[in-house]
Design a protein around this ligand. Structure first.
Ligand code: ADP
Ligand code: MG
Ligand code: MG
Length: 475
């Protein structure tokens, strides 16, 4: 029986069929993650796969905001590089955080050691993702954060755009959509290209690229996509090692060459090492130090990593700080325009306001990977508790203006089941930057990632289970 004869609107009838088409497409095209239900899915490739959670259709975004976000990517790339060169700025800005946050303190310790030996990083590779939300009240694109380490989903994000184009070509007439309005997304091949160019600059034909991974990683296919492009398009081999394997098997020759399994490593690409959980023992810290001491290209170097902390994001938003790092006034204006309100907790007035109106703020510790921020009434309780604790306890956090994007209805698909929900979205723009001494080899916007979550959820991460992968539809 046709949908019309059953009395259902054609779009609703098509939705069920679309979901099956879409999930089959995911399986056929590698838009997959390890399934939590299978205990081996995080360690054994090809076992226990499930389609990545996705939204059935792309999320609308005005073209002007899209252009604005794309234009910012090379400016942020350059900003990260410039800030990374100012070791004292990083150490000073994080000096109070260090007193109360062990993880940041350990990173700073490695950074300080490198400053002491005047460690030179001639080849500098950044693979970043700057995340934004569209604030509904002001209709402005505001930055949530800038990720300089382990920016995830360049692999799977590219595929979601392709999935959406395919679905729109097949079903778009039902929704009056045109697949050409979904921007192409080459994040996967562009990140691989940047890694390959860094390998070229390192200039040792037999060298490999080493991806630092967690011992268990259900998002491994996102990572394997980059390794596939590196092999197939650039003829470069990628090896995967955990920090503890690096500690056990790696060493640095007197000339700085990093060697593991008898192979020279040209580029170390971190997809682990961004959270305290990645350092369960001293062995992992020893590995991080060893990598930093080597002459391999680090993506990121310890200084690039520190530039991406939330404390530095807040410091850069203070008056006249951007001017220290960038000369071009137009670029400074563009960057400043996307900064939301950001405050250090030294500011007693703002702490008072946040205790009075906690719903207007987000309280953020120096953590990555989702699930760490504090919202709503918990902001008030935490601030009052930290104030009582006294000392520098507040310095572990920053305060940020809460951004309220406009909610819209979306169909979210997880585990083969589609749910309609009121959702909000976060746009991530990837950026790739490569410099060898004075020569800027690459400074590009490199694709995008849209993530969509139910509007009632505070947190964002896909891997953390809050959001689904999405793409965008230009309006
Ligand atoms: P992480 O490094 O853990 O990803 P984020 O700063 O990106 O930290 O915060 C995690 C999530 O919290 C974001 O993806 C977003 O959904 C939400 N979030 C963060 N900052 C804000 C904000 N200022 N307003 C509204 N939501 C926010
Ligand atoms: Mg982050
Ligand atoms: Mg984030």
């Amino acid at each position: 029986m046709s949908a019309a004869a059953e009395g259902r609107p054609p779009a609703a009838a098509a939705a069920g069929e679309m979901v099956r088409e879409a999930t089959a497409w995911c399986a056929l095209h590698g838009l997959v993650v390890g399934d939590r239900a299978d205990p081996r899915s995080g360690t054994v490739p090809g076992v226990g796969l499930v389609h990545a959670p996705f939204s059935l259709l792309p999320t609308h975004l005005p073209e002007s905001h899209w252009r604005q976000a794309c234009e910012l990517a090379p400016i942020f790339n350059e900003l990260v590089d410039r800030v990374s060169l100012d070791g004292d700025f990083l150490q000073d800005s994080l000096s109070k955080t260090k007193q109360v946050d062990d993880f940041t303190s350990r990173l700073l310790e490695i950074h300080r050691k490198m400053m002491e030996i005047n460690k030179e990083e001639n080849i500098r590779l950044g693979l970043h993702r700057s995340d934004y939300m569209l604030d509904s009240e002001t209709n402005s694109l505001l930055q949530i954060e800038l990720n300089t380490i382990s920016a995830s989903f360049p692999g799977l994000g590219s595929l979601v755009s392709e999935l959406h184009r395919t679905l729109i070509d097949q079903y778009g007439h039902l929704f009056c959509l045109d697949s050409k309005r979904v921007p192409g997304n080459e994040a996967s091949s562009q990140f691989a290209k940047a890694l390959a160019r860094a390998w070229d600059e390192f200039n040792v034909d037999s060298a490999v690229i080493m991806m630092i991974v967690q011992p268990e990683e259900r998002n491994m296919y996102d990572q394997y996509w980059l390794a596939k492009h590196l092999k197939e398009s650039h003829g470069i081999t990628t090896i995967r090692k955990t920090l503890s394997e690096v500690e056990a098997e790696g060493h640095v020759l007197p000339d700085g060459t990093l060697v593991i399994d008898g192979k020279t490593v040209s580029v170390v690409y971190f997809r682990a090492g961004y959270t305290p959980n990645d350092y369960p023992s001293e062995a992992e810290w020893a590995a991080r130090l060893l990598l930093e001491q080597s002459s391999a290209v680090k993506c990121p170097s310890i200084s690039y990593h520190l530039v991406g902390t939330k404390k530095i994001q807040q410091e850069l938003a203070r008056p006249n700080v951007l001017e220290r790092f960038l000369e071009n006034k137009e670029e400074i204006t563009k960057i400043r325009k996307c900064f939301a309100g950001l405050w250090s907790l030294d500011d007693e007035e703002i702490v008072k306001s946040a205790i009075q109106k906690p719903e207007l703020f987000v309280l953020k510790p120096q953590r990555e990977g989702g699930g760490n921020n504090i919202y709503g009434i918990d902001v008030r309780e935490t601030l009052i508790r930290l104030q009582k604790e006294g000392g520098d306890a507040l310095a572990a956090y920053i305060l940020m203006q809460r951004i309220f994007p406009k909610a819209s209805l979306s169909n979210l698909v997880r585990g083969g089941v589609c749910h309609e929900a009121l959702t909000i979205s976060e746009l991530g723009i990837y950026g790739a930057y490569l410099r060898n001494n004075d020569k800027v080899v690459m400074n590009e916007q490199s694709g995008y990632l849209m993530r969509t979550k139910v509007s009632s959820s505070d947190e964002g991460g896909v891997a953390a289970g809050f959001a689904v992968l999405d793409s965008l539809y230009l309006t």
